[in-house]
Design a protein around this ligand. Structure first.
Ligand SMILES: [Zn+2]
Length: 294
């Protein structure tokens, strides 16, 4: 495969922004019509594009620079398995979607002032185990990262408005580490062959995503952005300190998916992660006391 899913230096201030097109192999961050069309974000979204943005994600978390905040409460997580709807190949990653018409599934507490409803979750991963997570910790990259995306229904009438609004989204992030097989993840892995190509979709029965969370509740939190278009700076990130273990074969199964739709040349879905962005003076807070380093 010759496709390089890395953003060439100097090109990533633009994103492709045409709906319903295959993923752009150049800009990484979004769809484009043919891989050669590159357009700037619409003016109305200019303030949320990377260009000029000061709160972009992902970032590297430096443990020694994070600040313990004793006022941070434990995160309260309550997901209704029955609100799980479907799993689909977006052409960039696979995503599991939830019915967010009611309050039944969501998170509150932690750094959040409101209850945020679960909308979807998805993963980012690498072509090899040495890379794949979007966030890093002290420069360490994990093979994959889970993002559970929630929106602030107390402040916004719809997800689409929350995406672009102040404190509109809360994304709960979990690192995946190669180790023991993860039984709950396997339910998703088993469905992946049904959604191998872009735009393929499969129904999901009840599924509780809290089974994908680590036992330890310690987290870091900071203000950032979506890592895919529109890169809106509306996200309160909550990043679990403890990774969850998954089998190497389970991450390998992610890599069998394709960016490409049925009937087109096969492009394996790997390295669907945005490069780290500058911290720009932001403070990363931790819910836990840092370890003393010898
Ligand atoms: Zn993501």
């Amino acid at each position: 495969m010759s496709t390089v899913w890395a953003v060439p230096s100097g090109l990533d201030s633009q994103v492709c922004w045409l709906a319903g097109c295959p993923p752009c192999p150049v800009c990484l961050t979004g769809p484009c019509s043919c891989g050669s069309v590159r357009v700037s974000l619409p003016v109305s979204l200019g303030q949320v594009s990377k260009s000029g943005g000061t709160r972009q994600s992902p970032i590297n978390i430096q443990r020694r620079d994070s600040v313990y905040d004793p006022h941070l409460q434990p995160l309260r997580v309550s997901y209704d398995p029955a609100s799980c709807r479907c799993i689909w190949n977006t052409g960039y990653f696979f995503q599991v979607e939830f019915d967010d018409a009611a309050e039944q599934s969501g998170i509150s507490g932690g750094p959040l002032e409101n209850h945020y409803r679960l909308r979807q979750f998805h993963f980012h991963w690498g072509a090899v185990d040495e890379r794949g997570s979007e966030h890093t910790v002290d420069g360490h990259t994990y093979p994959a990262e889970l993002h559970l995306v929630h929106w602030n229904a107390a402040k916004y009438p719809a997800y689409e408005e929350a995406v672009l609004g102040e404190k509109g989204l809360a994304v709960l992030a979990v690192f995946l580490q190669v180790g023991a097989r993860h039984e709950a993840l396997q339910r998703l892995v088993d469905v992946l062959p049904e959604i191998k190509h872009k735009d393929m979709r499969a129904a999901m029965g009840p599924f509780n995503p809290s089974c994908l969370l680590p036992a330890c509740q310690d987290y870091w939190t900071y203000s950032g952005s979506l890592t895919t278009p529109p890169l809106a700076e509306s996200v309160t990130w909550i990043i679990q300190k403890q990774p969850v273990q998954v089998a190497a074969s389970q991450v390998s199964a992610f890599r069998e998916l394709l960016f490409s739709p049925l009937g087109e040349e096969e492009e394996f879905m790997v390295d669907n992660c945005r490069p780290r962005q500058p911290l720009m003076g932001r403070r990363v807070r931790s819910s836990f006391r840092p370890l003393k380093w010898g």
